[in-house]
Design a protein around this ligand. Structure first.
Ligand code: HEC
Ligand code: HEC
Ligand code: HEC
Ligand code: HEC
Length: 108
């Protein structure tokens, strides 16, 4: 009985740390909202395309939310401007399935 309890505690700890590891990378899928049509951003897939988090999270991943500054802070340029630049520049360079047309990202 005691052994069983120890096993359960160990299992809970392992599950807990696995959860934390996932949480640090953020959600696998993120819906970015826009009147033009929301963008289904495959965050996890993009982490596979670009291994360096700071290419997008230029202030580091400790403050991962872009909108806390872009759109919320007068010193930071508008979200539309910086997202378009970041996302489209890489997509133009990448070619292939990376969308560059409005409706490739904005889906109504
Ligand atoms: C291609 C660009 C890109 C890459 C690469 C990327 N992210 Fe993100 N990440 C984003 C965007 C965009 C959001 C959405 C932020 C928002 O809604 O303001 C986001 C959101 C997050 C969030 C959730 C933020 C919140 O609001 O709760 C975390 C955590 C995060 N990223 C961590 C990481 C880590 C760790 C890596 C590297 C392993 C990484 N990201 C790589 C673009 C990227
Ligand atoms: C702590 C505030 C803060 C956070 C968080 C932040 N930014 Fe920024 N960002 C800024 C400021 C301020 C500038 C303008 C000054 C500069 O270039 O450093 C900027 C500039 C940029 C630029 C360059 C724009 C240009 O015209 O060259 C891009 C692209 C960008 N941010 C994208 C993002 C993305 C994507 C995220 C989230 C993954 C993010 N930022 C999170 C404050 C922030
Ligand atoms: C470092 C390069 C890079 C950056 C930065 C980047 N992408 Fe991508 N993206 C790609 C590539 C490469 C593909 C094509 C993947 C494939 O071939 O399946 C892609 C595909 C996509 C797709 C098509 C669906 C999918 O997931 O395959 C969407 C939508 C998308 N990106 C949105 C965004 C948004 C929004 C941003 C900015 C927040 C962004 N991307 C930033 C490289 C990038
Ligand atoms: C690579 C993906 C991508 C492409 C291509 C793209 N956008 Fe966007 N767009 C975004 C993202 C990401 C945002 C920021 C959403 C947010 O604030 O979270 C945005 C924001 C906007 C906004 C402001 C937000 C709103 O409420 O609509 C407008 C307007 C817009 N885009 C129009 C366009 C037009 C017009 C085109 C074609 C010429 C275009 N976009 C192409 C990803 C893209």
């Amino acid at each position: 009985m005691k052994k069983m309890l120890v096993l359960m505690v160990v299992a809970a700890l392992v599950a807990g740390s696995a959860f934390v590891a996932l949480a640090d990378n953020g959600p696998a899928e993120i819906s970015l909202s826009a009147k033009m049509g929301n963008i289904a951003f495959t965050h996890e897939k993009h982490q596979g395309i670009e291994a360096d988090c700071t290419v997008c999270h230029h202030n580091g991943v400790e403050e991962p939310n872009c909108h806390s500054c872009h759109g919320g802070n007068a010193d930071a340029p508008a979200a539309k401007k910086v997202f378009h630049k970041l996302c489209k520049d890489c997509h133009k360079e990448a070619g292939g399935n990376a969308p560059v047309k409005c409706k490739g990202c904005h889906v109504k």
